[in-house]
Design a protein around this ligand. Structure first.
Ligand SMILES: [Zn+2]
Length: 89
């Protein structure tokens, strides 16, 4: 789950996320949505979309699923060195 520019992981690891390129692009698309719309406006719009269209047809989820195949998101990926990831975890 993304809040602002942070991807929050539950029951998984950063290594798993980094190894799953489609999933990573999906979460990065949400980071982009937050930055384009602003933190609270995005949360509000996402919630309204959710009430209207549910999860799957929520336009922000539709956009994030499309981004899973968009290689341009790969340029945003910074893979930490093993020393840095040791510090993070
Ligand atoms: Zn999503």
């Amino acid at each position: 789950m993304v809040l602002g520019s942070t991807i929050h992981l539950h029951n998984t690891s950063m290594e798993e996320l980094l190894q799953n390129r489609r999933w990573l692009r999906h979460e990065l698309a949400h980071v982009k949505q937050f930055s384009q719309l602003g933190y609270l406006p995005f949360l509000w719009m996402y919630f309204r979309e959710y009430l209207k269209n549910g999860y799957r047809q929520n336009r922000f989820e539709v956009e994030a699923r499309a981004a899973e195949y968009d290689e341009s998101f790969d340029s945003y990926v910074f893979i930490p060195s093993s020393r840095q990831s040791a510090r993070i975890s």
